[in-house]
Design a protein around this ligand. Structure first.
Ligand code: APR
Length: 307
């Protein structure tokens, strides 16, 4: 039987994720949105592209949650995106309500599903989904690190004029301006970028990565990024549905790893069919550890504001 992925929120990120998933023939897709006609219209349009693509997956759109029953994975993108000048944190109250309601609906119809939260502020919305679903930490993950790392990769490849195929980049921490890109663990054809670029250049790329979401918001004026987020979500889904045991940076609920407890934060995670298989702990310098702690404090402060 084909796998089933529900995407709540058929806006830019949700629809783009559906597009990547369908093109890769990964699973049947259910798009859910509150706006009448939007999920149905986008689902039908996408479905009509698949005879050309020769991809055999089903795509349905709905305003209700009935078609989501028995999903293997549920992606939650419902909510308001950032507007220029707005931080992710400004979104917290409005989006907590939306994510909480969506989680309650999907959790009762797909009690064994794995939740991938995307709505911002990411780490706090993961906590909302965890509390409302009651799912174990293995089955509640947040998508941020794959996107942040992809942005860092992009800037490294552009700076050095090399193929993105050669670049691996590492980003830890919360999905906010306090994220922690790790140049020591970011490599080009296996060589750390600290051997290839001077400190001022690395600092510039790190800064651009941390503010990468805002850069797109400022350019688009209305709305926030969706191509790269959609592709990053697809990478997590691919690792889970194919039971790849792949290490990807994700927001996970830490239980003492990195000295942090009861908090979602971005860390390297091994993903497989059960969701989170293991939080991978890597050695950090005192400075990197301090940055991660600072990032965790910012997430903690936000979680405290949750209703
Ligand atoms: N239930 C279902 N869908 C909802 C609900 C709800 N209660 N409330 C809002 N939505 C839908 C909107 O109708 C809209 O179609 O969520 C969709 C959000 O789509 P966009 O506004 O296009 O936002 P998008 O760019 O997709 O970003 C969604 O992902 O990256 C994050 O910061 C971003 O939090 C934002 C989220």
């Amino acid at each position: 039987m084909r796998k089933k992925v529900t995407i709540v929120g058929a806006g830019n990120v949700g629809a783009t994720t559906a597009h990547w998933l369908a093109a890769k023939e990964l699973a049947d897709i259910v798009l859910v949105d509150i706006v009448e006609g939007i999920p149905q219209g986008k689902a039908l349009d996408l479905l009509e592209s698949l005879p050309v693509e020769r991809s055999n997956v089903g795509v349905v759109g709905s305003n209700g949650y009935e078609p989501t029953a028995g999903s293997d994975i549920v992606v939650i993108t419902a909510g308001f995106p950032r507007k220029p000048g707005m931080s992710r944190d400004d979104l917290v109250r409005a989006n907590a309500e939306i994510v909480g309601a969506a989680t309650a609906e999907v959790a009762k119809r797909s009690p064994n599903s794995i939740l991938i939260v995307v709505t911002n502020p990411l780490d706090a919305m993961c906590e909302v989904a965890r509390r409302v679903s009651g799912f174990p930490r293995e089955r509640v993950l947040g998508m941020a690190g794959v996107l942040d790392s992809a942005r860092f990769c992009t800037f490294i490849a552009m700076e050095l004029g090399v193929s993105v195929d050669n670049v691996h980049a590492f980003v830890l921490g919360g999905h906010g301006d306090q994220m922690v890109p790790l140049p020591r663990y970011s490599t080009v054809a296996g060589v750390p970028i600290t051997e290839l670029l001077d400190k001022a250049t690395i600092d510039r790329l790190v800064e651009r990565t941390a503010k990468g979401g805002g850069e797109i918001v400022n350019l688009l004026k209305a709305g926030s990024a969706y191509y790269a987020p959609g592709r990053a979500i697809t990478e997590m889904i691919d690792a889970i549905l194919k039971d790849k045991h792949k290490i990807l940076p994700c927001a996970a609920y830490l239980q003492g790893e990195y000295g942090i407890r009861d908090l979602f934060i971005g860390v390297p995670c091994r993903l497989g069919a059960k969701g989170l298989e293991k939080v991978v702990e890597i050695g950090l310098t005192a400075e990197e550890k301090a940055s991660l702690e600072k990032s965790a404090q910012a997430v903690e402060a936000l979680v405290k504001t949750l209703p």
